[in-house]
Design a protein around this ligand. Structure first.
Ligand code: G3H
Length: 482
């Protein structure tokens, strides 16, 4: 989708496979083909988006708020008609369960409506006058420029749209490249994008990052890089911009969220929350719990019950309603997970659940590893998959020190009952991460709450409220009392 046109592609294509087999004998399923774009298309979309912005004088950034809202409302009503098709593709492309795929779609629709509401509120506050030292001012928020938007494979619709939608509604033209896994599910939305927004406001390209995203950055015409993914890609893309001072960043990156289970924790609750926290969508969430710190006095009991609960999880294909574990969409992930397991077991950890680590093609049964120590790769790396490292602690200072040394700082889960013990701990933890979840697992939502992180975990803040601010700049009109 370039300059309002859905172009017929006659160039090179690349095939998109699902790791889910549709035959009894395992074979990846061919889902479709996508254009494989490069520098020429990069130049076209950059020209289209730059023209739409036209130094802030273009149709999209100058459009009346009410009209921009109409475009967004038109889009979301058309989007709703694609639910069945998008949900099906979510299951096939990334192996997300039926229930979670439906939730991802519905959450995205709600996110768009909530964004529209917050945008209306923001516009009302834009119209307010303030006065200080004889200067009257009307402060408002306006667009910044062209946005390059890249989303992750684990929420190819919802998280990507939590960048794209606020960026767009604030009047910024967007160039969007879907993730490698989770690319076809954008196709049913192309016509809705095309017919709801003016030319060049939204441009969509396909292809490999280095072939298409690199030349877009090198053009120097990108004002905001909005990316959810890994820091390596974010840094590589920033480095290609010829003038980094002009580049604003909105980034959601890696995390290694810990759970700390105190001696007085309600174990039933802690286990239920840690199961969801570590293994929902097979652990492929940036907010997943990626290491469990259990007080040594309760470790034996916790490990026994947690491992049993893991072994009770059912895996299978995403459309089977009883299933919570599904195939991993990344072809090379099983080998990576196996590498983490081998490294940990080679250094003294054991797989403590009976079914742990069984691998068949891209179906991996989660491995619970104990005792994990800092020599092991799984302690340091964001596994983003079905492997659960458990560590013990004697003194609460041990997990706090580890968190302080970590490169990440997104969230933590804290399980315990005694308010006197919890209060000072919470004070310490909020300075290490951005969200402390009391007796509950980590998560991004509800989407009204700030979603961000310290250190290498994030740059900027998302939420239906914050994202509108992340994708805009405050300007004002002033007059003197004279
Ligand atoms: O992958 C990171 C997502 O932001 C996780 O979102 O907590 O709603 O699953 P979630």
């Amino acid at each position: 989708l370039v300059d309002g046109e859905l172009k017929k592609w006659t160039g090179k294509t690349t095939e998109v496979y699902s790791t889910i087999s549709s035959t009894e004998e395992y074979a990846p399923t061919l889902l479709g083909t996508i254009p494989f774009m490069g520098e020429a298309e990069a130049n076209e979309v950059v020209a289209s988006a730059s023209k739409a912005f036209n130094h802030g004088q273009g149709l999209w950034p100058t459009m009346k708020v009410a009209d921009r809202i109409k475009c967004m409302e038109d889009f979301v009503s058309k989007m709703k008609t694609t639910r069945e098709e998008v949900v099906k593709l979510l299951m096939w492309e990334i192996g997300k369960s039926l229930g979670d795929s439906q939730k991802e779609f519905d959450r995205t629709v709600d996110y768009i409506y909530d964004t529209i509401e917050h945008y209306k509120q923001l516009d009302r506050s834009n119209a307010r006058f303030t006065k200080s030292q004889g200067v009257n001012a009307m402060v408002r928020r306006g667009p910044i420029g062209v946005v390059l938007c890249l989303g992750p494979y684990n929420y190819p619709l919802n998280e990507t749209f939590s960048l794209l939608i606020p960026a767009l509604i604030m009047g910024n033209p967007v160039i969007f490249k879907p993730a490698k896994n989770g690319v076809l599910l954008i196709s049913p939305l192309l016509e809705a994008f095309q017919s709801s927004f003016p030319k060049g406001a939204i441009n969509i390209v396909y292809g490999r990052g280095r072939e298409i995203a690199s030349p877009i950055m090198k053009s120097g015409k990108i004002d905001i890089l909005a990316l959810i993914g890994n820091s390596k890609s974010a840094i590589a893309l920033q480095d290609q911009h010829p003038n980094k001072n002009r580049l604003r960043l909105v980034l959601g990156l890696e995390a290694k969220n810990p759970a700390i289970i105190l001696p007085d924790a309600d174990l039933d609750l802690a286990i239920t929350e840690c199961i969801t926290g570590t293994l929902s969508f097979n652990g492929q969430r940036c907010t997943a719990l990626k290491v469990l710190y259990v007080h040594e006095s309760i470790a034996e009991e916790f490990n026994k019950r947690f491992s049993k609960a893991v072994d009770e999880l059912v895996y299978g294909n995403p459309w089977d309603k009883s299933v919570s574990l599904t195939p991993l969409p990344e072809v090379d992930k099983p080998a990576y997970i196996q590498g983490l397991i081998d490294d940990a077991t080679g250094k003294g950890a054991s797989i403590i659940n009976a079914k742990g680590g069984q691998i068949s093609e891209n179906y991996i049964f989660p491995a619970v590893l104990f005792p994990v120590n800092k020599e092991m790769r799984v302690y340091h790396e964001e596994q983003f998959g079905p492997v659960v490292p458990i560590m013990t602690f004697k003194d609460i200072q041990e997990p706090l020190n580890d968190m302080a040394e970590s490169n990440y700082g997104q969230q933590v889960s804290l399980f315990g009952k005694n308010a006197k013990t919890l209060a000072p701990l919470i004070d310490a933890l909020v300075n290490l991460v951005c969200r402390v979840n009391l007796n509950s697992s980590c998560q991004r939502g509800p989407d009204v709450y700030p979603f961000t992180g310290r250190k290498d975990s994030a740059v900027g803040t998302l939420s239906v409220f914050d994202a509108l601010r992340s994708f805009s700049i405050r300007t004002f009109v002033a007059s003197k009392d004279n």
